[in-house]
Design a binder for this molecule. Structure first.
Ligand SMILES: Nc1ncnc2c1ncn2[C@@H]1O[C@H](COP(=O)(O)OP(=O)(O)O)[C@@H](O)[C@H]1O
Ligand SMILES: Nc1ccn([C@@H]2O[C@H](COP(=O)(O)O)[C@@H](O)[C@H]2O)c(=O)n1
Length: 202
């Protein structure tokens, strides 16, 4: 099994890069684990309390569950990946059965902050886009797809996104084997990553 970790700031293009890689590979060869599925279970909190959570801090992620799931997959066992709701700010209670594949992609803003997870990744990638570009993309995406309004996104950006990015996410660039500049759709860099994956699969 080849485990590929893809990190980078919110709105940087991680999901877009992952989707491009997955489209190129045979369906039976690849599966994706999203860090977002592993936000801590906060069912004990009210909706209003959940809106106040700092979702960009490493402690917001249940890394123990994520690492144990990856270990199970490496052993050849299927896992039940929690399904997360950005509207409810919580796990939905549903799960997605995820089977072990030759290539497992683990994607998320904070995945390179966790030493155990870093150690499990065979290839570590950081997708970089400038902060203004990321904010514009995040605004559009969160309003169109995640049920947010402009005030929510900008307030979250100022209070948590920006400081957490600077403190925890940007510094993990140093762990990356490959940094993909993604201010524009960088097809050349993604092609190179795909070639590396195919070589490793041979
Ligand atoms: N290079 C790019 N140029 C313009 N828009 C982009 C680019 N990459 C991604 N997007 C768009 O920006 C939004 C955030 O991208 P996404 O891949 O979800 O980022 P991430 O997973 O890093 O948060 C999406 O709506 C996506 O379609
Ligand atoms: N309930 C939540 C949980 C997370 N977020 C934000 O999602 C971002 C990470 O996801 P990406 O797809 O953008 O990598 C992160 O910056 C959190 O602030 C949220 O808004 N609400």
């Amino acid at each position: 099994m080849l485990i590929i970790g893809i990190a980078g700031g919110t709105g940087g293009g991680k999901t877009t890069v992952v989707n491009t890689i997955v489209d190129e590979l045979q369906h039976e060869e690849v599966a994706v684990i999203s860090q977002d599925s592993y936000y801590q279970d906060t069912s004990n909190l009210s909706y209003d309390e959940r809106t106040q959570i700092n979702f960009d801090h490493p402690q917001s992620i249940d890394f123990d569950l994520l690492v144990s799931h990856l270990k199970e997959l490496k052993k050849g066992n299927a896992i039940e990946q929690p399904v997360y709701s950005f509207v409810e700010h919580n796990r939905t209670g549903k799960t997605l059965k995820t089977l072990p594949k030759k290539v497992m992609i683990v994607e998320g803003i904070l995945i390179l902050t966790n030493p155990k997870l870093r150690k499990m990744c065979d290839i570590k990638i950081y997708v970089h886009a400038d902060s203004d570009e990321r904010l514009i993309r995040r605004l559009k995406r969160d309003i169109n797809e995640r049920g947010r309004d402009i005030d929510e996104v900008l307030n979250r950006y100022q209070t948590t996104l920006k400081p957490m990015h600077q403190q925890f996410i940007e510094p993990t660039k140093e762990y990356a084997d490959i940094i993909i500049p993604y201010n524009r759709y960088n097809t050349v860099a993604v092609d190179i990553v795909q070639t590396i994956i195919k070589q490793r699969l041979d």
